[in-house]
Design a protein. Structure first.
Length: 308
């Protein structure tokens, strides 16, 4: 999973570095040009409206000399205000046209000229792209090799535990470079007991031998239970956790697995493969699940130590 995640990150980085900075600048300038053009058109419309309003006031004052002095004063004030607004608007229009001209000049420079620095940057980006492509190819090949090794280990484990698989006591699933072994609780434990049944410890021993081939991976031991009345356990969490710890201790103490690779988890009754409404379904849900996964998912302590 670490290799797959790294490959995805590398592909994302390639997509980032391939963005042409020159094209980005051109796009930004085109956007700004469009905005300025729209503003220019709007201001021209406003100026035309003001001109019409000013003409109307001129007509009104010229054709109505009989108006009283207060009305004439009000018309003159309105006319002077409109003239001021018109002057301001014309000034803004001139400034906007200047901005637009400068923008067109800059846009022409960017789209038609390439300075040496641009060429050097493109060469550096192409080199980086090639380096990342090589790394992606390497990681992809490593992932393929890891998947093949995992498939071989899964097939060998299936052959060695064929009897238990046929009986329905055990299931082995490989997905990419993750290996999952499901074991029914009745195989390893008596009802409500967290103690391993010695007669079936050989199953765990064979699984441990397969897991030992992948020392860089973590073994996640999950305890799954079901809903049922119990005099011994206060909750399904407790029983699931106790059974997971029993398996972890077997792997460490009898199978010789490095304890830093081991994780004990309890899901209680809350990750059922079936419902919990009848005894048949509850029997399916009671299980121990052994999951072989990449170590980085569990290196939280290292992440915290190395955080900025």
């Amino acid at each position: 999973m670490k290799i797959l995640s790294s490959a995805v990150i590398m592909l994302f980085m390639i997509s980032c570095v391939t963005t042409n900075p020159l094209q980005v600048e051109v796009d930004q300038l085109n956007t700004e040009k469009g905005e300025l053009t729209a503003r220019l058109e709007q201001m021209q419309i406003s100026l035309s409206a003001l001109a019409e309003e000013l003409d109307a006031l001129r007509d009104k004052s010229s054709v109505s000399p009989e108006l009283d002095s207060e009305t004439q004063k009000a018309i003159i004030r309105d006319r002077d205000s409109l003239r001021l607004r018109s002057t301001q608007l014309e000034s803004n229009l001139l400034d906007l046209r200047t901005q637009l001209l400068n923008l067109r000049t800059e846009l022409d420079r960017v789209t038609t000229a390439k300075v040496p620095a641009d060429t050097q940057r493109e060469d550096l980006l192409q080199k980086r792209i090639q380096e990342l492509s090589n790394q992606v190819a390497f990681l992809t090949n490593e992932l393929k090799v890891d998947q093949e090794r995992m498939a071989d280990a899964a097939e060998a484990l299936k052959r060695s535990l064929e009897t238990e698989i046929i009986k329905g006591d055990l299931e082995i699933i490989q997905y990419s470079n993750v290996l999952v072994v499901n074991i029914k609780d009745r195989v390893l434990f008596d009802p409500e007991s967290p103690l391993l049944n010695p007669a079936y410890e050989f199953i765990l021993a064979k699984v441990a031998q397969a897991f030992l081939q992948f020392p860089d991976k973590v073994i996640r031991v999950e305890g799954h239970t079901a809903v049922y009345p119990s005099q011994r356990w206060s909750s399904s969490w407790d029983l699931g956790a106790s059974r997971a710890v029993s398996v972890v201790r077997f792997f460490q103490e009898k199978a010789g697995i490095d304890p830093t690779r081991l994780v004990a988890l309890s899901f209680g009754e809350y990750r059922p493969v079936e419902g919990n409404s009848n005894s048949t379904q509850r029997a399916q849900n009671r299980r121990v699940q052994l999951v072989l996964v990449d170590r980085p998912f569990y290196e939280i302590q290292e992440i915290l130590k190395n955080k900025p």
